[in-house]
Design a protein around this ligand. Structure first.
Ligand code: UGA
Length: 427
């Protein structure tokens, strides 16, 4: 099939490349000329395992352009994979979606199915369809289907090619059949439903996972007070298949471009519809507090940051991504700086992005060892393999061996035996 993809972020580019991998002709559209040039040179503008290899393998079926007008012509399906960032009130900002819709309405020259892949509030697909039908130039039939994505950063290619389900929200048999054809070679179970249900599946799934994390973080905090061990507790819980053993890792809170934004957006939607989701509200509040839990712990211990060397290991919101959006490091580092700390940070991939936000305020180190040398305290915010593999000796080079680990990277007993004062989450 001839497909266009509007937007080449994590969702847009990965989906486009995977569609090309399964034999479709895909045109990727973006407004950023530099990004287009980068992709034309075979380079992925985002750090995602396996993506460049797949771009190369499917190169003959992939085109990249900023020329939306020709890109949206002669297409069977146009996917929208642009961002829906958070507005100040927590609701989703749909400006990018409508900017693309305007271009689609101006450009199409045949009947086209528009597929919204971006995460959008329930009911948006109805509005988008009305907008397109009211504004299309020419006598063409445009309809809209919802097709939420469930890919995680870092494993986006694998999640797309080997996902557990494909959710299709369509209002007509014809649209449903077109979508089934788009994905026929993927070999993944496909669920069809109406558009509003499909839109809700996305939010309800992400918010459920966020709730699961906030719940386990609260249990972990209580474990600390009651001298239970969260890892044993989750082992015991996870073997119950009704609970499942995934997303039960306690830590310093969830970040990223999805959970923080999608919990706030669904909560906002629930409030304006007068059925407030109190559980989601609680998940948001717990997470905000959890992100600065280790900072608060250090303060309670009487640690004075002024003039101290503070080692920070891990800056990204999770390993295997360079993404810093809503990362716990961004909540903590301003607090450390306000308190007069000298910060020495290490992250295997995220330092370049962090440097754009903090070009001079932080010392960036090539190795974790360099950060730790003579440090007064160490905070761990991301469980990168390079950080988890650090030997105890690396911490023994600190001036004061005080380690606050937000991702439970090391065995508390081994740390204690090595003479390191070690605090983690729920253990
Ligand atoms: C999330 C969902 O997992 C995807 O299914 C979804 O498609 C995506 O959002 C999206 O809406 O685009 P992502 O944000 O890439 O994916 O990352 P996750 O792996 O879900 O992690 C999110 C955050 O939760 C991270 O900060 C991670 O450290 C934290 N987390 C995760 C925990 O604290 N504990 C866990 O057990 C799992």
């Amino acid at each position: 099939m001839r497909i266009a993809m509007a937007g080449t972020g994590y969702v847009g580019l990965v989906t486009a490349v995977c569609l090309a991998h399964h034999g479709h002709e895909v045109t990727c559209v973006d407004i950023d000329e530099n990004k287009i040039q980068t992709m034309r040179a075979g380079i992925s503008p985002i750090y995602e395992e396996g993506l460049e290899e797949l771009m190369a393998e499917s190169a003959e079926r992939l085109t990249y352009t900023t020329d939306y007008r020709s890109a949206y012509q002669n297409k069977d399906v146009i996917f929208i994979g642009v961002g829906t960032p958070e507005k100040k009130d927590g609701s989703a900002n749909l400006d990018f979606i409508y900017a693309v819709c305007k271009q689609i309405a101006e450009s199409v020259n045949q009947d086209t199915l528009v597929v919204v892949k971006s995460t959008v509030p329930i009911g948006t697909n109805d509005d988008v369809e009305k907008y397109l039908q009211d504004n299309v130039q020419g006598d063409y039939k445009i309809s809209v289907a919802s097709n939420p994505e469930f890919l995680s950063q870092g494993t986006a290619v694998r999640d797309t090619l080997h996902g557990e389900r494909i959710v299709i929200g369509a209002e007509t048999e014809e649209d449903k059949n077109t979508m089934l054809k788009v994905y026929e070679n993927f070999g993944i179970p496909m669920l069809t439903m109406n558009r509003r249900s499909a839109e809700m599946v996305k939010y309800a799934s992400n918010d459920f996972l966020a709730l699961k994390i906030s719940y386990i973080n609260e249990i972990a905090n209580l474990c600390e007070s009651l001298h239970a061990n969260i890892e044993d507790v989750t082992r015991g819980m996870g073997m119950d298949s009704r609970i499942g053993n995934k997303f039960l890792n306690a830590g310093i809170g969830y970040g990223g471009s999805c959970f923080p934004k999608d919990t706030k957006a669904l909560h906002w939607l629930s409030v304006i519809n007068d059925v407030e989701l109190k559980t989601v509200k609680a998940a948001i509040e717990v997470n905000e507090r959890q992100k600065i839990r280790l900072y608060e712990k250090a303060r309670k211990m009487g640690f004075d940051f002024k003039g101290k060397k503070v080692a920070v290991l891990g800056l990204t919101f999770k390993p295997n991504t360079d993404d810093l959006r809503d990362a716990p490091s961004l909540d903590n580092i301003p607090l450390f700086l306000d308190n007069g700390a000298n910060i020495y940070a290490y992250d295997p991939v995220g330092m370049k992005n962090f440097q754009r936000k903090y070009p001079t305020e932080i010392n960036y180190c090539d190795t974790p060892e360099e950060c730790l040398q003579d440090a007064d305290i160490c905070f761990i915010f991301t469980e990168w393999p390079q950080i988890k593999a650090l030997p105890m000796e690396a911490f023994q080079t600190m001036k004061t061996t005080l380690v606050l680990d937000g991702r439970n990277c090391y065995c508390p007993k081994k740390m204690k035996d090595a003479g390191i004062l070690y605090y983690s989450i729920g253990r």
